[in-house]
Design a protein around this ligand. Structure first.
Ligand code: CDP
Length: 229
């Protein structure tokens, strides 16, 4: 019996994938990759260059040109990782409300996705990784040994997002966050390429009413089951 090497965690906005994924990776000593941060970095680059979010051709070029790197935290300010965009620290900039607004539109462009997926697979090929996103179990790593689909009701996810922002001193009204989450769920679930959905062999973890500790315990119990060899 061997330990699982690749763990895919997917789910909708605000389900706690990043928090739980980072903790699982830390606990197992695995690399952690939050693929949402990559799409957010492309979205930020597009906003800064005033690229129209519907201009697929320019977005595709941009996604191939920019250098995105995600690594261990370089500043102790509560971040789980540091995101560099062409060498500049954009870890917090990619969490801004204007990025929330355009990211799903940009992430639905097929050529943007293929540029990101290529980098994601290259990282996974080094082994021992927890990768989180929307299409990891279905498209990026269909052979991942363990697939988790983390979810919660939209109301619960909006409440968590409000708390997460408040912890960083940002205040956005919950109804606005809920509308934003529903809009992103809709775009992410209905796009043509790699829509958000649970892989057929994913284990679904419904986290309504669970604390982070409880959700972590549940996910760890699923991923720590050895794989049959
Ligand atoms: O943290 P939150 O759940 O708000 O979102 P995220 O994981 O940072 O992802 C931001 C957006 O990137 C999503 O709403 C998707 O549109 C896109 N995304 C994607 O298309 N595929 C992925 N593997 C990850 C994110």
């Amino acid at each position: 019996m061997a330990r699982v090497r690749t763990i895919a965690i997917d789910g909708p906005a605000g389900a706690g994938k990043s928090t739980i994924g980072a903790l699982v990776a830390e606990r197992l000593g695995y690399l952690f990759l939050d693929t949402g941060a990559m799409y957010r970095a492309v979205a930020l680059a597009a906003l800064r260059r005033a690229v129209d979010p519907d201009d697929a051709e320019t977005l595709a070029r941009l996604a191939r040109q920019v250098l995105i790197s995600i690594g261990p935290p370089t500043v102790r300010d509560g971040r789980a990782y540091t995101v560099l965009l062409d060498g500049a620290d954009v870890t917090w900039a990619i969490r801004a409300a204007d990025v929330d607004r355009v990211v799903s539109q940009i992430a639905r462009v097929p050529a943007v996705r293929s540029a990101m997926v290529e980098q994601q697979r290259a990282l996974a090929s080094r082994g021992r990784i927890v990768m989180v996103g929307r299409d990891i179990g279905t498209v990026v790593l269909p052979d991942a040994e363990r697939k988790i689909f983390l979810t919660a009701s939209a109301a619960e996810r909006a409440r968590r997002r409000e708390e997460e922002l408040a912890a960083r001193g940002e205040h956005r009204p919950r109804p606005e966050l809920l509308a934003e989450i529903l809009r992103r769920d809709e775009l992410d679930s209905h796009r043509v390429v790699a829509p958000l959905r649970a892989a057929d062999d994913a284990m679904i973890v419904e986290t309504d009413g669970m604390s982070v500790r409880e959700a972590l315990g549940r996910v760890l119990s699923l991923v720590q089951r050895p794989v049959a060899t």
